[in-house]
Design a protein around this ligand. Sequence first.
Ligand SMILES: [Zn+2]
Length: 247
Amino acid sequence: MTDPSYTDLRRYNQTIAALHADPDVTGDLLLVGMWLARATILRDPPEGENGWSVEAAARDLYPVATRPAMNSFGQWTAQETRPDVWRVHDVLTKDIRRYDLWADQPGGKRGHTVCGAKTPRKPRCGKTVTVATTLTDPATGRRRMVGACRRHTDWWQEQTRANREACASVEIPRPPANAGGALARHISLDWPALWQGLDPKWVPPPEVDGWERPALRLVVSSASPSQPMVAGGPPRPRFALIDGALS
Ligand SMILES: [Zn+2]
């Protein structure tokens, strides 16, 4: 490894600071982000033939596996001598850029849905729900949880029926992404290729504010860590990191 230039060191420092300042980047995600910053900016470790590997990150970050794994005899073992590749896998998978139903709900997570029926006194009943489902906005594809308490199931069934009808005759667009992609805000990497490697069914979700970041490559070795898998998709430049690109 050659000594990094002053520009690279400065960019590395700025990236690490930005990762720390980002409220969406915490815990293991922050750790993996710091590893990626060092790899992609300072070239430490240097890039392999197909890019960096998830396994290399796991070797540095989690050299001793913490989760049991199935051995070839079908028994669960502690796998103490191998790096925790799946941990890096999980961190990156949770950060895949996507539309997330729960991120689109007012409470931001499960368990926040209350009865939405209008009552004579209140715009919303607010009682604990006994039934719940998602209604799709036919214009945007965004989904909203709608539930009802025991008293308002008729209202809820009518909402559900009306929504089904409204969606039946139109082509529902894919909703814009609203979750994941936190590391991609800071690290220049061929993220679409990585996300396809982590989830072969992944296709780029629509973005409301044109979100694009090409470049360096981290490869996923899925079933067998010894067999690196290069994600499919259109070829992308592997060295698109240009001085000043991340000002
Ligand atoms: Zn109610």
